[in-house]
Design a protein around this ligand. Sequence first.
Ligand code: PGA
Length: 254
Amino acid sequence: MARKLFIAGNWKMNTSAAEAAALATDLVGRLGAEAKVDLAVCPPSVYLTTVRDVLKGSAIALGAQNAWYEDNGAYTGELSTAMLADVGCAYVIVGHSERRHILGETDAMINRKVLKVLAGGLKPILCVGELLEQRKADQTDDVVARQVKLGLKGVAPTDMARVTIAYEPVWAIGTGEVATPQQAQAVHAMIRDLLADLFGKTIADATRIQYGGSVKASNAGDLLACKDIDGALVGGASLKAAEFAGIVAAGAKL
Ligand code: PGA
């Protein structure tokens, strides 16, 4: 089944307000009418409205980098899915490895976030991926399968159409060391098999699995050409409009 590629930029804790607006403006100029690939950018939350206003009417959707799993209340510093929907977000990144490993998010928290994002009418991008020592110890499949299973616990099959999974080997994030297309494809295929066990083959075949970790214009084509790689979650290279547009172009011509 043909899956439309989905490429998202994760700006992380980068850009000033002016830089966010300028980057979004540049992206709209280059990609605002892109029809072959689904696109999103995830700016720092304080600039969501700034970027939303620039993206208005373009093909580039808005995403948040995180959300909390309660509706409201005493959760200092957190944002609810209703707030994110209110400022125009369509997507929410959930369980990014930086939140898992620097901020201590557990699979149980991440699962609650996935369910909350779905309940709030938004689309989660569930990030999974092994650490270098886990890959070296041959634990990649076990680690990733557990993260997928626990992250998607209780998700209704009918909601899976709104779920994207991002496979991001932690050793490849921000390091310049990209997984080879073969390494990535093997894990993506494993994830799709697992999705078939969990939700059936039709849903597994329709679910988009992005690759993330040092994706740039020069390596995107080979990665995106793999059978089970359905897009990219891009960090560093998403901060440069020309580079991000190059990644999208590599996907659009496949
Ligand atoms: P990177 O980050 O492209 O800078 O490696 C990817 C990510 O963390 O989503």
